[in-house]
Design a protein around this ligand. Structure first.
Ligand code: FA5
Length: 347
């Protein structure tokens, strides 16, 4: 039998046997027999160099054709067997040796990170963290804070009303304009000594600019005890400033007016962008106001049945977004909520 005939016989035999293979083990045995190192086909291919040139060409072409043909059939059969196995067992095709695809890892929003960091500083000074409702009664947001209806101070916080007609207009509901209503809610339930901070969202019906947005975060802080003085307020806030902004950043207090404190102050921090020289962010003043504060007004204490002749307290309300702006020199508050990942990924 010539080598060409031998190849022909081998082909028929291999294809016939392939039809009879039904599983991976049989298929592997078939592969070793017809395509393995010790297969007849491999022997023929290895003997090519000993053949006369003419015959070498003819036999070589036929043997190589058979080899690629058998390899193709082998791969098709392999797929068919796999498919059949998956269909019959319901098993998913999972190649555990494939490299995994790394999923993008999310992170906390910079404002959330700052709230956590600020809370830790105040907690280390003995404050406890409390949260309160964003939809609030007029009573807590204004009335109990010594801001009755028609009081001009209401104009300083343009309000988003939720339902002015609730209870015939007697108990209007609003989106809280500051976190100060939580002073009342906490003091209604808890007795001094108190040291509390309240981080949370607040809302104002305001035009936006580089330092103002209609929804922002505040952190309220207050301490009520016997003999609390303005010195405690200043000491607490200077300590916060040193820990958060660093020893060298200047901070200043100036008189301010809030109906629920007496006396009232505002605290400003040296602008991080211009280092106090004046720029767009600080309105050329070199300072950015971050909080309002003061000694809790005796009328507020009376309202919650705490005797102002025995107890006194300080309170402050800080704008949270302004704090990372000052630390990192961010010149527009709107960047925090623009959903621009190039900005957010830097924190
Ligand atoms: C208040 O909200 C008072 N409740 C603060 C307070 C608490 C005073 C306790 C006394 C005792 P004011 O309206 O100034 O005050 O806001 C406080 C801080 O919130 C500001 O210093 C500023 O940092 C921030 N803030 C105010 N309006 C906006 C705004 N539209 N966008 C971003 N931050 C703002």
């Amino acid at each position: 039998m010539s080598l060409i005939q031998k190849i022909e016989v081998l082909k028929e035999e291999a294809l016939e046997r392939l039809k009879q293979t039904n599983n991976a083990v049989e298929l592997n045995a078939w592969r070793i027999r017809y395509l393995g190192k010790k297969s007849q086909l491999n022997d023929i291919l290895r003997s090519l160099s000993t053949l006369p040139l003419n015959e070498r060409k003819q036999v070589g072409a036929a043997a190589n054709l058979l080899k690629t043909g058998l390899e193709e059939r082998l791969s098709k059969k392999e797929q068919a067997i796999n498919r059949k196995r998956i269909e019959s067992t319901g098993e998913e095709q999972l190649d555990v040796s494939l490299p995994g695809c790394s999923l993008p890892i999310g992170r906390l929003h910079p404002v959330t990170q700052v709230i956590d960091e600020m809370s830790k500083i105040f907690v280390s000074m003995g404050f406890q963290v409390v949260e309160g409702p964003e939809v609030e009664w007029d009573y807590y947001n204004f009335e109990a804070l010594n801001i009755p209806r028609e009081h001009p101070a209401r104009d300083t916080m343009a309000t988003l009303w939720v339902d002015y007609e609730t209870d015939g207009g007697d108990r209007p509901m609003l989106l809280r304009t500051h976190t100060s209503p939580m002073q009342i809610r906490v003091m209604e339930k808890m007795q001094p000594p108190l040291r509390v901070i309240v981080p949370g969202k607040v809302y104002r019906y305001e035009a936006t600019d580089a330092t103002h947005i209609p929804m922002f975060f505040q952190i309220e802080g207050f301490a009520v005890d016997k003999n609390i003085t303005m010195a405690h307020l200043k000491g607490t806030l200077y300590e916060f400033s040193r820990r958060f902004f660093g020893q060298d950043r200047r901070a200043r207090f100036r008189c301010d007016y809030f109906p629920f404190v007496e006396p009232g102050v505002e605290m400003a921090i040296e602008c991080a962008v211009c280092k106090g020289n004046g720029c767009r962010l600080c309105g050329s003043s070199g300072w950015i106001e971050i909080l309002g504060a003061g000694m809790v007004h005796p009328k507020v204490l009376e309202r919650v049945d705490i005797d102002p002749r025995v107890y006194s307290g300080f309170a402050f309300g800080m704008g949270i977004e302004r704090v990372p702006m000052l630390r990192y020199g961010i010149d527009d508050i709107r960047l925090f909520y623009s959903s621009d990942l190039r900005f957010l990924r830097q924190f």
